[in-house]
Structure formats: structure tokens, C-alpha cells
Design a protein around this ligand. Structure first.
Ligand code: GLU
Length: 317
């Protein structure tokens, strides 16, 4: 169906491994927000951190999203295919500077590099001084959490932001701004762990002369047992090992308060328990009937979903 509004949303995973529950919740949340606005939903692959996101992970991520009923309305943008665009954006930042400091040196003393106007060299980072631009954003209004104050996130906001690391990897905060702008994203729906980064991104939007999108953050899904996010680092099982695609959708719709499916909470907890004990879990195979049920349920959810009613508390499983 052709979009009936200028709303453009996206899901932008970093394919460091297989899809986990928390990411699937964000993927469905951003998809449903786009549907609720009659807009366009895009998928973008944020794989610039090559050591963490090897290329073979990208088709797996896209295939898992497809099994969940989620596809990009336009060709999937893969960030490693656009590195020159991020480097070009750096040249437009008047307060960008080269920095030779190692992490160890930065712990010992302030960085002197901004005043030194260093010549290009190997193993050199590029940073930008965001202090003035950050001061222009004492708060932003989040689509879910309301007004968010910068002073509450001060500890996480280093104003001398890395744009390119000394190993030549382009930083997430730069690439996300360049791509959300070029793809005309009108609202960014993503996990609450990126709330503080939003201030850095708003500052970058200003310095690059771009208009910022709206932001709407969704709560993280945490393992009750450990209090950790469901992620590769925390050794969580991949979502589609734990649940079938249809079960995954039903669980995410329950967590997003679109439909009440309390039995799915019990089911996922039982399978997680099994995984903890045996280190393995295997969801039952998907029947063709389930595939059509998933697509019908997703359409039903899209018609019912209200972006004004989103969960705010961390979701414990
Ligand atoms: N690529 C980021 C991640 O997987 C998300 C970026 C965003 O949505 O702004 O955590």
C-alpha cells in the first residue's frame, strides 16, 4: 500500500549477532508507529563497527526480520557501503579536530589536540567539540517519556565526541545523523539506552545544518533473573531459537500493550529457564499456517496500535 503520509520511520540494527528480543520489540515498535501514521518503514544496517558486525551477519538479520513480517519499504541502506559520505560530513563540521591521544593518556590529562591543529597521521582519531551546540539543547521532548533534561545525563555526555576512531571506524553518532537526515526520517523510534546519545545527535544536527527528526524511546527488555538486557554480550539466546516468529510477535505485542497475551510471558520464561539449565533451546518449527497467521496478526495490530500508549517501565522477563 502506498504511504498516505510523510511520516518515515526506521529500524536500524547493528548486526553484531542474531536478533534478540529487545531489538525485535524496537523493530515492531518502530514498524507499528510508521503504520499508525500511514507512513513508510525502512530498515537500515548499522555495521560500521566491522570487527563487531561481520558482513555475514547482515543477511541473517534481514532474514530473521523477514520471518517476523518486517521488511524495508525501500532498499536496505548498509552503512559500510557509504563510508565516504560520513567522511564528507566530517569536513562540514567547523569544530572537528584531529586527536592523537590514546585512552590511557586521556585518563591522565585533558586532551590538548583541539588547539594543536594536527596534520593527518595514521592511528589518529577525529573528534568534534560539541560544547556550544549541546548548550542549545537543555532538553528535548520524547514521544514516549516526555521532557528529558540534559542535566540528568551529564555523566554520559562527553562534549568532545569521537567521529572517527583511531582504527578508522566511523562513530555511530555521526553515521546515524547523516543517514536519518538523508533518508528523510521524521521520527526515530529506538531503545531507551540511546536517550543520552540523542543530545549528542541533536548537537550534530545543528552543526551540520540539518533539521532533526522527532525521537521516541521505548523501554528495554531486561532479564529478571540478572537485570541485564537480552543481548549477545549477556549470552541471551537468539529470539528465533527461543520462540517461533508468531510467538515472538505475540510476546512483543503483549509487551507493547497492543494485545493481552499473558500466556506468552509464561512460555518465554519456561524456555529461558530451560536455556539456563541446558545452555540450549529450540523453538518448535513454523507451519505454513503460522506464517499467514503472523501476517494477519501484524495487520490487526497495525490497525489497533496507538503510539500515544506505549510502555515506559523496563520490561522484565
Ligand atoms: N544501531 C543501533 C543499535 O543497534 C541503533 C541505532 C538507532 O536506532 O539510533 O543499537
Amino acid at each position: 500500500m502506498a504511504p498516505s503520509s510523510p511520516y518515515r520511520g526506521r529500524f536500524a540494527p547493528s548486526p553484531s549477532g542474531r536478533l534478540h528480543l529487545g531489538s525485535a520489540l524496537i523493530a515492531y515498535g518502530s514498524y507499528l508507529c510508521a503504520q499508525a501514521h500511514g507512513g513508510t518503514f525502512l530498515i537500515r544496517i548499522e555495521d560500521l563497527d566491522r570487527p563487531r558486525c561481520p558482513p555475514e551477519n547482515t543477511p541473517v538479520m534481514l532474514s530473521e526480520l523477514k520471518q517476523l513480517g518486517l521488511e524495508s519499504a525501500e532498499p536496505v541502506l548498509i552503512q559500510t557501503q557509504h563510508e565516504s559520505d560520513y567522511l564528507e560530513a566530517i569536513t562540514k563540521l567547523p569544530t572537528a579536530y584531529r586527536c592523537n591521544c590514546t585512552r590511557a593518556l586521556l585518563k591522565e590529562r585533558p586532551c590538548p589536540c583541539q588547539a594543536l591543529h594536527l596534520k593527518p597521521a595514521a592511528h589518529q582519531a577525529i573528534r568534534v567539540d560539541l560544547s556550544t551546540a549541546l548548550a542549545a539543547h537543555p532538553y528535548f521532548v520524547d514521544g514516549n517519556f516526555g521532557t528529558i533534561y540534559q542535566q540528568d545525563y551529564q555523566a554520559e555526555l562527553a562534549p568532545n565526541l569521537v567521529l572517527k576512531r583511531s582504527d578508522d571506524i566511523i562513530a555511530y553518532n555521526l553515521a546515524v545523523v547523516v543517514d536519518d537526515q538523508r533518508q528523510g526520517i521524521s521520527e526515530v523510534v529506538r531503545g531507551a539506552d540511546l536517550i543520552s546519545a540523542t543530545f549528542l545527535q541533536l548537537a550534530l544536527y545543528d552543526l551540520l545544518g540539518y533539521r532533526a527528526p522527532k525521537f521516541c524511546h521505548l523501554p528495554l527488555v531486561l532479564e529478571q533473573h540478572s537485570g541485564h538486557k537480552f543481548s549477545k554480550q549477556n549470552h541471551a539466546p537468539a529470539l528465533l531459537d527461543l520462540l517461533t516468529p508468531l510467538e515472538s510477535l505475540r510476546l512483543c505485542l503483549h509487551l507493547l500493550q497492543v494485545i493481552a497475551e499473558p500466556t506468552l510471558i509464561t512460555l518465554v520464561q519456561e524456555r529461558l529457564e530451560k536455556f539456563r539449565h541446558s545452555g540450549q533451546v529450540q523453538a518448535p518449527p513454523t507451519s505454513p499456517h503460522e506464517v499467514s497467521e503472523l501476517s494477519a496478526l501484524l495487520s490487526y495490530a497495525a490497525a489497533r496500535f496507538d503510539p500515544a500508549v506505549l510502555p515506559r517501565q523496563a520490561l522484565m522477563l
